[in-house]
Design a protein around this ligand. Structure first.
Ligand code: ARG
Length: 580
């Protein structure tokens, strides 16, 4: 199905054509500057934008444009030189019909078509629970994967698991020394406790520290028993991560895991290649890259440490090897790193080093997609009751409890199984939506009561609006014998018009998310759409409309709203139950 020319596209094209008729060629190619407006459907600022360059008074230029404006529209001049433009009712109904005819995509285009885009997200560390940073990365990264895929990009998801490094000597040694613990029966919760206990003993007990360090050496030199234990750690952790992804509706699968250890074979080569290019400097026994423009607050140059003084390769070496692999083998043209804002410096240095080493060509885009912290209602970084950093499970439990209360109040009559599904969809959706709907880079407050509220910009409000569209459609299907066609001769009510114009923006908003990589724009849009629907719903009787033609058109609008809300929520990774 081809992309549908929407309302804004029609107005853009009409103004652009008028510009061609009125202005010299070099000016005519400019932006027609069309926006939604309260006065009309749209307003164009083109005359104001170009008057000076054209040497014509703005109002005069606006009048000339107005005189040569053609299409299914009415226009008038206003203020210092605005053009207020309103499409005919028939043109709007034709657009609704065309979008409905494209059941899969509603006429939305695929501007990212074919671009191989790698999204590095989630990236939890083995033997530990996901922390808040991983949760945000997982939720935001998954939404970006969904939107970019929908826009036609050739998306490669990557879970850069932290499965390598000196940290794993401690838990392996600790478990070895505690006969009550066995890697064959341990789960991630227990492993997380072990990790902390081993960390404490490492600090408090120098002899344990020596044994734990020896374990690291054993692991890195390939000692069989130690490697087997490490494999077990990886397996237990991966199983737990995967279960969590499934519960959360995250698209990541075991095949997407390309863990840090994957790059081990290339780390030596990364270092020698950097050396050969003259990029390496020894500093305090470590092999480092120093780059222009990277200094601490006192002006001292900052190192990117690729090989530590003990000979071990660090996080940076792995990330450099990963850049090479992703460019050369995966052939990514766009690489998106969805990682905590606190790693901004690390990534800037990795990208810059890779550019200088020739591993990151100019035609490959590498972008850090940072995000802020989750705060508690006290405005401080969110902590669980025990004072620890919270586990994802606790966040979910809190939201699901809130959702249960709301659904019980609204939809107590649902059959038990469906009730439970709706509670899960609402609770999990609320956690994701709270994360996605705030400007990504800002910290946000985790407030379980507010996030399941039925009013305001919440997923529950959107899910509720969606369920309402489904309920109308169920009744309409029962009432109408045939799916009525859209009749372009029916006059459009103000609330219908605003709903149609909002529906029409879906594709443009998705394209915007695809370039800005900011999912909150989609949330804001869906909220506007749900509000426009609610206004329509209050003002325009659907099943009791004036006659079959009006009823048919209104049912069509409800259907298009239902599909757009469901698709939009799905692109955020949130499910849209039929009833709520
Ligand atoms: N495991 C890392 C952490 O917990 C996140 C990995 C992010 N991806 C990357 N390519 N560095 O901080």
């Amino acid at each position: 199905m081809p992309e549908v020319l929407g309302a804004k596209d029609l107005v853009d094209a009409a103004v652009a054509q008028a510009m061609v008729r009125v202005l010299p060629r070099e000016l005519a190619a400019g932006d027609p500057l069309v926006r939604r407006s309260d006065r009309a459907d749209y307003q164009s600022n083109a005359a104001l934008g170009l008057a000076k360059k054209a040497g014509i008074a703005p109002r005069e230029l606006a009048q000339a444009l107005l005189d040569s404006l053609t299409g299914d529209l009415a226009a008038e001049l206003s203020g210092p030189g605005f053009l207020n433009i309103t499409l005919t009712d028939a043109a709007l109904w034709h657009i609704v019909a065309a979008r409905l005819a494209d059941e899969q995509r509603m006429g939305v285009g695929a501007p990212a078509h074919g671009t191989r885009t790698l999204v590095d997200y989630s990236g939890p560390n083995i033997a530990k629970q996901l922390h808040v940073g991983h949760i945000r990365s997982t939720v935001i990264g998954d939404a970006l994967v969904r939107v970019l895929t929908y826009l036609g990009a050739d998306v490669v998801k990557v879970n850069h698991l932290g499965d390598w490094g000196t940290a794993f000597g401690k838990p392996i040694q600790y478990i070895d020394e505690h006969t009550d613990l066995s890697l064959d029966s341990i789960d991630l919760d227990a492993l997380d406790d072990v990790y902390k206990a081993a960390q404490q003993q490492f600090v408090a007990d120098p002899e344990f520290a020596v044994r734990a360090r020896a374990r690291v050496v054993a692991l890195q030199s390939g000692d069989e028993a130690t490697l087997a234990a490490w494999h077990k750690l990886v397996e237990v952790s991966m199983d737990a991560f995967q279960a969590l992804y499934q519960r959360l509706g995250i698209l990541l699968t075991p095949e997407d895991a390309v863990a840090e250890s994957f790059y081990n074979p290339w780390l030596g080569d990364v270092v020698s290649a950097l050396d050969a290019k003259g990029l390496l400097t020894e500093s305090e026994g470590a092999q480092c890259v120093f780059l222009d423009g990277f200094a601490d607050s006192e002006g001292r140059p900052l190192p990117l440490i690729v090989r530590k003084s003990d000979g071990g390769y660090g996080y940076a070496a792995t990330d450099l090897a990963a850049v090479r692999y992703r460019v050369e083998e995966v052939k990514a043209k766009r690489m998106l790193y969805v990682i905590d804002a606190r790693q901004a410096l690390h990534l800037r240095m990795v990208f810059e080093t890779a550019r200088q080493a020739g591993w990151l060509p100019d035609d490959v885009e590498a972008v850090h997609i940072p995000f802020g912290t989750i705060l508690g209602t006290d405005g401080r970084p969110f902590r669980s009751r025990s004072g620890d950093t919270p586990r994802l499970k606790e966040l979910l439990d809190a939201a699901i409890a809130g959702a249960r209360a709301v659904v019980a109040e609204k939809s107590a009559e649902l059959p038990p199984e469906e009730f439970e599904n709706v509670v899960q969809a609402a609770g999990i959706g609320a956690v994701k939506y709270a994360d996605l709907s705030n400007a990504r880079i800002k910290d946000y407050v985790f407030d379980p009561d507010r996030m399941v509220s039925l009013t305001g910009n919440t997923s529950v409000y959107l899910q509720y609006a969606h369920a309402r569209t489904c309920s109308v459609l169920r009744k309409a299907d029962a009432l109408l014998d045939t799916a009525a066609d859209v009749d372009p001769a029916v006059p459009i009510h103000r609330a219908e018009r605003s709903l149609i114009l909002t529906l029409d923006e879906f594709g443009a908003v998705l394209a915007e998310v695809g370039t800005t990589l900011e999912p909150h724009r989609l949330c804001t849009y869906l909220y506007e759409l749900a509000k426009a629907f609610s206004d329509f719903w209050q003002n325009c009787p659907v099943l009791k409309a004036d006659g079959a033609a009006q009823r048919g058109n209104r049912v069509a609008l409800v259907r298009l709203t239902q599909r757009t809300l469901a698709q939009g929520l799905d692109l955020l990774g949130i499910s849209a139950p039929q009833r709520l």
